[in-house]
Ligand binder design. Structure first.
Ligand SMILES: [Fe+2]
Length: 287
């Protein structure tokens, strides 16, 4: 069985992936960063072009199931209760169910299902050990955790890349696949993660909302004096140019709903990386 790749079908899947960021605006650019870390890791590990593509696509859609998690759990400012954890732990399977009979589901199933499994078998939803996870899931597990550690949330500041790398090293063979952790370490020391960390997309540095932290994705053609809205707190801010970035000054509150738009550049670069018209999921998900 092969999966036929069509531009329009791919675009529709990626549009669905942007809905996750409407629910969890705080993590601006999370899917893009996981996709980019995943691509870099897959290339560093010399995976085939098909595999690299599947990792990159999987990174963009891995959290689709979060659309079904309630705001009180998703954006909770503190530790989750056992019951809340149970709800959160259902998002991988919900994501697969949400895609139902989507023609590209066979390509992204492992990315969605396995990104919270651990190498030592202590993850969720199935507690599958590293030896029975796909290379796609093992790569995205590291990419997702690295981004979670280096991103700022309502209740804590993000770690530096250096500190997060230390934790990934300490967790080699426990939470993380040693081979993937090694690849991340090589990329980190070469400085190849720098253009992804703290960015919302290529060339787009996240701006610091004075209320929420780095959560504002600036418009691509932003100028000094323009206004922008924080997707998290809905504050309207004036943008003051400061070197390569902008400082934000609160002007008021936006009365409109936040609805993110698909990142057209990410979509176009993924379409440009489309390896061939057909991909065999059996090959790309080889253990
Ligand atoms: Fe997730």
């Amino acid at each position: 069985m092969t999966v036929k790749l069509e531009k329009e079908v791919l675009e529709s899947l990626l549009t669905m992936a942007t809905f996750v960021e409407a629910r969890d605006a705080y993590t601006g650019g999370h899917a893009w960063r996981v996709s980019q870390y995943g691509r870099l890791l897959a290339e560093e590990m010399s995976l085939s072009r098909d595999d690299v593509f599947v990792v990159q696509l999987g990174g963009l859609v891995h959290d689709l199931g979060k659309v079904g998690v309630s705001d009180t759990v998703l954006n909770k400012d503190g530790p989750l209760s056992a019951q809340e954890f149970e709800l959160m732990h259902q998002h991988p399977e919900s994501g697969v169910n949400a895609l139902g009979g989507h023609p590209l589901l066979p390509l992204v199933r492992e990315a969605i299902l396995e990104h919270h499994e651990r190498y030592d078998g202590g993850g969720y939803p199935t507690q599958a050990p590293g030896s029975s996870l796909t290379v796609i899931g093992r790569i995205l597990g590291v990419a997702d955790a690295f981004d979670a550690m280096t991103s700022t949330r309502a209740y804590r500041a993000g770690m530096t890349g250096e500190r997060a790398m230390q934790i990934v090293d300490e967790e080699r063979g426990a939470q993380f696949d040693p081979q993937v952790a090694e690849a991340l370490s090589l990329l980190h020391h070469k400085g190849e993660l720098d253009h992804v960390l703290g960015h919302a997309s290529e060339e787009q540095l996240l701006l610091n909302c004075p209320v929420c932290g780095p959560s504002v994705v600036p418009p691509e053609d932003a100028h000094d004096g323009d206004t922008t809205v924080c997707p998290s707190c809905r504050g309207i801010f004036a943008m003051h140019r400061q070197g390569d970035t902008f400082q934000l000054e609160l002007q008021g509150m936006s009365p409109t709903l936040y609805m993110p738009k698909p990142d057209h550049r990410a979509v176009q670069s993924l379409i440009a990386a489309m390896p061939s018209k057909r991909i065999k999921p059996r090959d790309v998900t080889a253990r």
